[in-house]
Design a protein around this ligand. Structure first.
Ligand SMILES: *[C@@H]1O[C@H](CO)[C@@H](O)[C@H](O)[C@H]1NC(C)=O
Ligand SMILES: *[C@@H]1O[C@H](CO)[C@@H](O)[C@H](O)[C@H]1NC(C)=O
Ligand SMILES: *[C@@H]1O[C@H](CO)[C@@H](O)[C@H](O)[C@H]1NC(C)=O
Ligand SMILES: *[C@@H]1O[C@H](CO)[C@@H](O)[C@H](O)[C@H]1NC(C)=O
Ligand SMILES: *[C@@H]1O[C@H](CO)[C@@H](O)[C@H](O)[C@H]1NC(C)=O
Ligand SMILES: *[C@@H]1O[C@H](CO)[C@@H](O)[C@H](O)[C@H]1NC(C)=O
Ligand SMILES: *[C@@H]1O[C@H](CO)[C@@H](O)[C@H](O)[C@H]1NC(C)=O
Ligand SMILES: *[C@@H]1O[C@H](CO)[C@@H](O)[C@H](O)[C@H]1NC(C)=O
Ligand SMILES: *[C@@H]1O[C@H](CO)[C@@H](O)[C@H](O)[C@H]1NC(C)=O
Ligand SMILES: *[C@@H]1O[C@H](CO)[C@@H](O)[C@H](O)[C@H]1NC(C)=O
Ligand SMILES: *[C@@H]1O[C@H](CO)[C@@H](O)[C@H](O)[C@H]1NC(C)=O
Length: 352
């Protein structure tokens, strides 16, 4: 009969982490900061001595001639320093019925982020399964103990938008997941309706379920067999307070930066203080925001005065009003005591 049931094939995406020899406390002057369309800010880096330990990435040219950024063999399409997140393209696991051979073909994936700075974002990702009469299952292991979660049975859930699609959440601090399809996926009445099932951990708010995904291969081909996945990343495995004790390894080296504990697993992040922007992981990386040159975000209908880390917006002498939200109006009788003008200016002090 040739039908394979309950078979698991693990294609481990991850390779061992590159060693400390390729890491650096600060990037060399010649290091690349961009790969294709993606900005690569420190602590990330491309090539030897260009990244912090564990943050080295590859920038490879594909056969199509495009540069793409990879961690191991997973493509990265976005890195956010303030959020401590990166967006990856996660491979979609599939299982299809092959009419000509009357067998089940499949390709299932796992992703092992153990001992890397990355964790699957529990806020933004959902384990998502598409198909009918399937029971894709994801095994999630956390630290030394492994838990197994029966993800969903399409028939009994109405998430996504109905039968044929289901989603479940994942726990915090998750570094490993794998997909397999349970064995009861062999009813010929289902095959006529839907040849394939799919399962992947993906960024939920970038996913919109279409019923055509049940009956076509569109979901897989949309993005060449991948779906966006958000990972949270963090520096090291200690809290801010502990990390700050070792100045040689502490990552928040810019003036006007601050440390934040990771909200998803161990480690910490650096952010620029309010009123500053830039890269807190490099010396002098956090620069004052010139609020006065960004009227969209920092509206000011009066006199704008940029200050280190903040700004003032006040009505010119001889006028009064709400210079931030409203307008400054000519003072009618010029009787306003000068102390009141000062008070107006002070009250309109707005940190961003
Ligand atoms: C990287 O740093 C190591 C140690 O500091 C040094 O020996 C090596 O030459 C550097 N490599 C490059 C390519 O600069
Ligand atoms: C990218 O190139 C590096 C160096 O040639 C290689 O080790 C790595 O496997 C490549 N990664 C991918 C995903 O092609
Ligand atoms: C990267 O993130 C930025 C900001 O959130 C967004 O505008 C951009 O579309 C993203 N790029 C990709 C390839 O996801
Ligand atoms: C079915 O299996 C045969 C033999 O392995 C293969 O050549 C064919 O491409 C498969 N058909 C589909 C639709 O995957
Ligand atoms: C994940 O990777 C870690 C470290 O590389 C390894 O110890 C662990 O066995 C891997 N887990 C699985 C399920 O392969
Ligand atoms: C379908 O699966 C059931 C149990 O999972 C098994 O008993 C049955 O023989 C399978 N049918 C086919 C056609 O493989
Ligand atoms: C599925 O297709 C087979 C062969 O084409 C047919 O005999 C069977 O009746 C179909 N089942 C359903 C539920 O349509
Ligand atoms: C789709 O993936 C294949 C295999 O990974 C690759 O060779 C091809 O260039 C990709 N196509 C696009 C448009 O990304
Ligand atoms: C924390 O990281 C250090 C350095 O990478 C490592 O030696 C240590 O074992 C880690 N501790 C824990 C609890 O993971
Ligand atoms: C980080 O976490 C530790 C332990 O939970 C806590 O004591 C500390 O206040 C936190 N630090 C910051 C900056 O949130
Ligand atoms: C300006 O408008 C914002 C939002 O509408 C409001 O929160 C703020 O209090 C206003 N400021 C003043 C000075 O009225």
């Amino acid at each position: 009969m040739g039908v394979m049931l309950g078979y698991r094939l693990f294609q481990l995406l991850m390779l061992p982490l590159v060693g400390a020899a390729t890491s650096a406390a600060a990037p060399l002057p010649g290091c690349r900061t961009r790969c294709g369309e993606v900005d690569v800010p420190y602590p990330f880096g491309i090539g030897p001595n260009c990244s912090r330990e564990g943050f080295s990435l590859d920038c490879n040219t594909t056969t199509g001639g495009h540069e793409k950024l990879f961690v191991f063999n997973v493509e990265i399409v976005n890195i956010s320093l303030p959020l401590g997140q990166a967006r990856m393209l996660n491979a979609i696991s599939w299982q299809c019925y092959n009419v000509s051979t009357n067998s089940i073909d499949y390709n299932t994936w796992s992703l092992n982020l153990t001992n890397t700075p990355y964790r699957f974002s529990d806020d933004l990702n959902k384990f998502t399964a598409i198909g009918c009469d399937t029971s894709p299952t994801s095994e999630i292991s956390k630290g030394p103990t492994a838990t197994r979660a029966d993800a969903c049975l399409c028939v009994t859930t109405s998430s996504c938008s109905g039968i044929g699609c289901c989603q479940t959440t994942i726990p915090k601090d998750l570094a490993y997941y794998e997909v397999w399809f349970a064995s009861n996926f062999n009813s010929s009445s289902v095959w006529n309706f839907s040849d394939c099932s799919y399962a992947v951990l993906l960024e939920a708010n970038r996913f919109e379920f279409l019923t055509s995904y049940i009956t076509t291969t569109q979901f897989w081909y949309n993005n060449n067999g991948t779906a966006p996945l958000v990972v949270d990343w963090a520096i090291g495995n200690e809290t801010c307070e502990v990390a700050q004790r070792d100045k040689t390894s502490y990552a928040c080296i810019s003036e006007h930066s601050e440390c934040l504990n990771s909200s998803n697993g161990p480690g910490y992040l650096c952010n620029c203080l309010r009123g500053y922007h830039g890269n807190p992981y490099v010396a002098q990386g956090c620069q004052d925001i010139d609020e006065c040159s960004d009227k969209d975000q920092y509206p000011c209908h009066g006199i704008c005065q940029n200050l280190p880390g903040s700004h003032n917006c006040f009505c010119p002498v001889g006028t009064y009003g709400d210079a931030v939200n409203g307008t400054c109006t000519q003072t009618q009788h010029q009787k306003l005591p000068s102390s009141a003008k000062v008070a107006i200016g002070k009250s309109l002090f707005f940190p961003p």
